[in-house]
Design a binder for this molecule. Structure first.
Ligand code: COS
Length: 383
């Protein structure tokens, strides 16, 4: 439910201007240097982007899910690496604390996440545990007022920049399933926590991932999220339900950008004596992209509204993530096709988006995992 349309419009307009005036001009340099300039990060802090969905009482904007996805549509209109930097604070790196954290944990960590003073990161995946998240092997053994963590987390977004990690670890080694898993807040710099080298990847230059390694890493028992063992997997799944709506929203944002770029090019580029936009086969690619984009946008807003109503959105989040990320991949592919040879050149930027958006179909649950979640829920409801 949008609470105040006028304030929201102001926010969306401010973000849109920031994206067009500050971020878009820096896309190429960030891709070349693999680094977001410090002054842009400071501007993101000043705009409140690190705290969009962190509750107001903890220093954030407290946006509803619907408001947040509308903001993400705007933020998505540029290289997704920019959003990646502050998205974990609003999403997977902060939500574990927001959803299941104790009052003391919220009061201690959320204000610093909201301002962007620290970056929050989400450490679920491991070398041998990706889609099968419940099989994770990192252990957390209670020792008095501490837990001792051992294990390795892999592909952890923003780990090189992170101030805190939400870490899922097995507290009950006798249980091999999800109910032996607990969630913890681990501060960067804790002895026994180290980082692997930054991974080289296909796209999203400027956003960084690496391994996070725990070797007899002692953390206070007070950092067990919600003070309760055995519910960490559920915390992770609830976090991902929200995260998946956001990935769907950024897919819509980037698809809009690619389609606008492709449309502009199609109207300017002339072949056979007229703009290629006048050819019906090009029009088909534009029209298919527009229709699918509209469908994805409607799904994202609907899923967000349902979450704001307090409904279980496991199915809708998975549907939106699957459809929107796949749609974004198709739009990227058609955009390259419309650009033709120019689309293959780095100079036009469209090949960079093509590589960047490939990740949307993989992270926060692959398309195949979304299919599995959707079908399982359907079968459960049926029976
Ligand atoms: N919200 C709350 N609880 C949830 C939930 C959700 N969305 N999804 C599952 N749970 C609960 C289940 O209800 C179950 O609890 P009970 O045992 O009390 O019934 C428990 O969690 C285990 O669920 P389930 O049996 O469905 O777990 P599975 O091991 O079969 O796996 C999938 C579930 C495959 C859906 C999960 O492992 C997954 O999402 N994998 C992908 C991980 C991912 O997205 N990784 C990306 C890394 S983060 S960038």
């Amino acid at each position: 439910m949008i609470r105040d349309q006028e304030t929201l419009n102001l926010l969306l307009d401010t973000i849109s201007r920031f994206v067009r005036e500050r971020l878009i001009p820096h896309e190429a340099i960030v891709a070349d240097t693999d680094r977001i300039p410090d002054e842009l990060i400071q501007e993101m802090r000043e705009l409140g982007l690190f705290g969009l969905s962190i509750p107001e009482e903890h220093g954030g904007m407290g946006l509803t899910m619907e408001e947040e996805v509308l903001a993400t549509f705007e933020i998505g209109y540029t290289s997704p690496c920019f959003r990646s930097l502050f998205a974990t604070n609003n999403g997977i790196g902060g939500q574990g604390i927001i959803i299941d954290g104790s009052d003391a944990q919220k009061a201690h960590y959320l204000p610093r996440l909201a301002t962007g003073e620290i970056i929050g990161s989400f450490a679920l995946t491991e070398p041998d545990s990706g889609s099968d998240a419940a099989s994770l092997r990192t252990t957390a053994v209670r020792d008095g007022d501490f837990y001792v963590l051992n294990g390795t987390k892999r592909y952890i977004t923003n780990a090189p920049e992170a101030g805190i990690f939400t870490v899922m670890a097995r507290t009950d080694p006798t249980k091999k399933s999800a109910d032996g898993i607990s969630a913890f807040i681990v501060e960067a710099g804790t002895p026994g926590l180290s980082l692997g080298p930054i991974d080289k990847k296909m796209g999203q230059k400027g956003a960084h991932i690496c391994d996070v390694i725990f070797e007899d890493c002692r953390i206070p028992a007070a950092n067990l999220i919600g003070g309760k063992e055995g519910v960490g997997f559920k915390t992770a799944m609830k976090v991902l339900d929200k995260g998946r709506i956001n990935i769907a929203a950024v897919s819509v944002g980037v698809a809009r950008r690619m389609l606008d770029d492709a449309l502009r090019y199609a109207c300017e580029r002339k072949q056979f004596g007229k703009p290629i936009a006048e050819f019906q086969l090009v029009q088909a690619m534009l029209a298919d992209s527009k229709a699918e984009l509209y469908a994805a946008q409607c799904m994202v807003v609907d899923a967000a509204r349902r979450r704001d109503q307090g409904l279980d959105v496991g199915t809708e989040a998975a549907c939106a993530k699957m459809f929107a990320s796949e749609m974004c991949g198709r739009v990227a592919d058609r955009a390259i096709q419309i650009f033709g040879g120019a689309g293959y050149l780095a100079e036009y930027g469209i090949e960079r988006f093509y590589r960047d958006v490939r990740l949307f179909r993989i992270f926060e649950g692959t398309t195949q995992i979304q299919q599995l979640v959707i079908a399982r829920n359907m079968i459960r409801e049926h029976s």
